[in-house]
Write a protein that binds this ligand. Sequence first.
Ligand code: GTQ
Ligand code: FE2
Length: 374
Amino acid sequence: MVVETFPIRMVESPEQPTPSDALADLYEGFEGEFLIPLWTEIGDLMPAHPRTKARPHLWRWRNLIRLADRAGELVPVGRGGERRAIALANPALGGKPYATPTLWAAIQYLMPGEDAPEHRHTQHAFRFVVEGEGVWTIVGRDPVPMRRGDFLPQAGWNWHAHHNASSAPMAWIDGLDIPFQYVTESQFFEFGRDEVTEEEHATPDRSRSERLWGHPGLTPVGVQAGTGSPLLAYRWVHTDAALRDQLALESEGFRGVVEPGHALVRFTNPATGGDVLPTIRTEMHRIAAGRESSPLREVGSSVFQVFDGAGRVTVGGETWAVERGDMFVVPSWTDWSVSADAGQDGSDSAALDLFRFSDAPIFDALHLYRSEKA
Ligand code: GTQ
Ligand code: FE2
């Protein structure tokens, strides 16, 4: 039988006991009994502030979409693999398909006429569309159209399938709390029906969920909302108008933005006003042309996707010029800031729009969230 041993470090240092044969014996005794002392581990276990294992990293959309297109040609989608989804793997997380220690981010791809089969899982999920249209995600038998700029949350344990009803391939991004549920060992998964009905292949312009829950400030009385947002699509027209109004109010001299030149909206659950998903916070940022956000560090990790415009992003020691579709990671307690390129004519059509998702609700719920101006 192979007994795993824990390497307990005996080192020469003012904070450590003086190395000796007797100390080596003691440490061997610990190892034999599967015991580890705090004093050799404390620096790593209990640092003064979060020390992330993840690394800032940027994925270029042109590369993501090129490789997803190729996967569309070579890789079938169906039962077993479930989804033609390709995960962003943080280069510092040991080859795991994790964008951050808690978050999964992937590009998913469906060919014309294809179906991704029905299933459900405890992992909370969402879709965000940076370009294209033609896929309906069918959530609890409600077909929900997906188009550029739309944000579509799917709280855990809802049945869902995807159907491309158009004659062109479509790509979008998925965000899930797969790594968080993996490390906390809380996942469940079930296969659904192998095929959804013809009725569910319907292509309505709006989902039933939007007809119930998609009217600002109006809650349908007598309708039960489950876990996470009952509204299954947040449409770009609304998000865009909210951001435009914030910046317009600011330019008119009224209070309207989180900081000068930076409009910010959070996607919220209309039944509670809280985050759309129990473990994932999602936001849309708009940085006016030529403006920048102030550097910030926060507990928890985020993934961003550039929705529109061009600018510069600084995360930790890295700076990148970014454009539409590019995705990047901000690890925990890592300084980040963004700036929008100056517009040709000074018009705000050159604003930088950034979709962001993070694990903040987890830390909020546990009273662990902190932020600091860098
Ligand atoms: O679309 O249902 O990227 O279950 C990962 C797991 C997408 C999905 C992913 C999933 C899905
Ligand atoms: Fe899924």
